[in-house]
Design a protein around this ligand. Structure first.
Ligand code: SF4
Length: 534
């Protein structure tokens, strides 16, 4: 039986918990006495608890995130009710800020705030040796990766007898990489996260990463060695969680070149990037990747320069546009761009202008996110002036502000969901742009979104055929397009999704059209990306 259970509730089963693997990899001699248990937020808290307690652990470490805070609170409460003797240790970004305001903290014996890679191991060592620290909330020292820390080995500070971490620790001083802990099952069936750096040097006030300073790079040689081993074990889809992959030109070039040299069909790399920095040397490398091999998540957030300045976001919109144009016109990169609704001072009109500007740049996906008040972020300084009202429950989304009332925010919420279903999905690549031909994409899609909600009364669980039927009626009855041309566009979209039936509403127009045998999807990109490519 393990002494230590490391557990978390992932948002979805396929998401492999990166943080837990880091904690386990850094347990040193205690690693053999620990086990990782992963759950997802759709499981019942009592069933989760049953599995944790079946291990009869001495220490339970729970990873608390914005998506699992409510369910994890229930697990923590019942754990301490049933087994008050088990040491409950909490960590993760959600519990790292405003700790004392959270109910879950009441149930914990210890809370580690910040990056707990090394601090968790040190705490476990002390608990198991019967030398429990007195303080409940432990602020983890910023851990270092080996290369950056080597020069400090000789003059590491030593802590006092009751200090933390312990002076006699047999544990690693530097962060060990967690990649060997991904199992073959993980590599074959789950989203595998990797990181070449931590932190972000920018200060966007809504973002948790703005609190992460300084930026630290994982030593390149160790990182690429780990990537080589994952490739050798058969991994083809890598999700980089670096906040600003393209911040350090030499590092980003080396990583891209590494994967380009080892490219085989099926390789897929996801990166988050800052949108206004794509120097020529990086562009030249990006161009060499085949279509569908790279996905860039580009945080645009707002085109409104006054709003950007207000929230301390530095962004050169002209460079951003130039870079997005380059990506769409000269590369095969799948671009996922983000915009945020509800920033202080962003009105419906200014958001609409930004949305239209972004649509003109043709990213394959636009995620319209609702502003969240993440714990610890300084966006709260605008609350009074801009009448910001946030939900007190995770994910703490804005309910209304001075410029957008609750009803308007709700319309945006549906807009976002329907944009995802109709546009981001790639299911209506030919037909959807007809909605805004010669008009504002935002205005036309908002009108569609309102009508779709009125017609369906929901924004989930809508069958593809029903969406197609709605789009057909919207384009013909409401917008007056020629039914035959609309039918042709929808039919082509419908077949591309791999369907082989002929929807009733299309039959008068496509009765004689052949239904091609479904070609095997030769692309190795994830399905949504493949539909945009097809
Ligand atoms: S939004 Fe992006 S650039 Fe701004 S602080 Fe967060 S990670 Fe950094």
């Amino acid at each position: 039986m393990p002494d230590i259970v490391l557990a978390t509730l992932n948002a979805k089963y396929p998401h492999a918990a990166f943080g837990l693997r880091y904690l386990h990899a850094n347990l040193g001699p205690l690693a053999d006495r620990a086990v990782i248990l992963e759950f997802d937020i759709n499981q019942r808290p009592t069933d989760i608890l049953e599995q944790i307690l079946a291990q009869n652990p001495k220490i339970v470490g729970l990873g608390v995130y914005i998506w699992n805070a409510a369910q994890t609170t229930l697990v923590a409460a019942d754990l301490k009710r049933l087994r008050p003797d088990v040491m409950l240790v909490l960590g993760g970004p959600e519990i790292s800020y405003e700790t004392d305001q959270q109910e879950i903290a009441r149930y914990a014996d210890y809370v580690i705030t910040g990056e707990a890679d090394l601090a968790f191991a040190e705490l476990c060592e002390r608990i198991l040796a019967g030398r429990r620290p007195l303080q409940k909330v432990i602020a983890a020292e910023l851990p270092e990766f080996e290369a950056a820390a080597t020069k400090r080995r000789s003059d590491e500070p030593t802590k006092g007898e009751d200090g933390f971490p312990s002076v006699a620790s047999s544990l690693n001083r530097f962060v060990a990489l967690p990649y060997p802990l991904y199992t073959d099952h993980d590599l074959a069936h789950r989203v595998v996260y990797v990181e070449a750096s931590r932190g972000c040097p920018f200060k966007c006030e809504f973002c948790l990463s703005s609190l992460d300073v300084p930026v630290r790079n994982v030593p390149l040689e160790s990182f690429l060695g780990a990537m080589r081993s994952l490739l050798d074990r058969g991994l083809r889809q890598f999700k980089f969680v670096d906040r600003t992959f393209n911040l350090n030109l030499n590092v980003s070039k080396a990583i891209l070149q590494f994967f380009l040299d080892r490219y085989t069909p099926g390789l897929f790399l996801h990166f988050e990037m800052i949108p206004d920095r794509l120097p020529e040397a990086l562009r030249a490398l990006i161009k060499q990747f085949p279509p569908g091999a790279l996905q860039f998540e580009v945080g645009v957030q707002t085109f409104n320069e006054e709003v950007s300045a207000r929230i301390s976001r530095r962004q050169d919109n002209a460079k951003l546009e130039d870079n997005l144009r380059f990506l769409r016109e000269e590369t095969g990169v799948h671009v996922h761009a983000d915009l945020i609704v509800g920033l202080p001072g962003e009105t419906l009109d200014s958001f609409a202008a930004g949305f239209d500007r972004l649509v003109a740049l043709r990213p394959q996906e636009i995620q319209v996110g609702i502003l969240k008040r993440l714990r610890g972020t300084p966006i709260v300084r605008h609350d009074a002036e801009f009448g910001m009202v946030y939900s007190p429950h995770p994910p703490y989304e804005i309910l209304q502000n001075r410029d957008l009332d609750f009803a308007t925010i709700q319309r945006f919420r549906r807009f976002s969901r329907y944009w995802d279903l109709l546009a981001n999905s790639g299911n209506f690549r030919d037909a959807l742009p007809l909605v805004w031909r010669d008009a504002s994409p935002f205005a036309r899609f908002l009108d569609l979104s309102d009508a779709l909600y009125e017609s369906m009364g929901r924004n989930h669980g809508i069958a593809l055929q029903d969406l197609a039927g709605f789009l057909f009626r919207h384009l013909t009855d409401r917008l007056g397009h020629d039914p035959a041309s609309v039918a042709k566009a929808i039919w082509s979209d419908y077949l591309r999704t791999g369907r082989s039936d002929r929807p009733m509403f299309l039959r008068p127009y496509v009765a004689d059209e052949p239904i091609p045998r479904r070609a095997r999807d030769a692309s190795a990109s994830p399905r949504r990306q493949a539909r945009h490519l097809a």
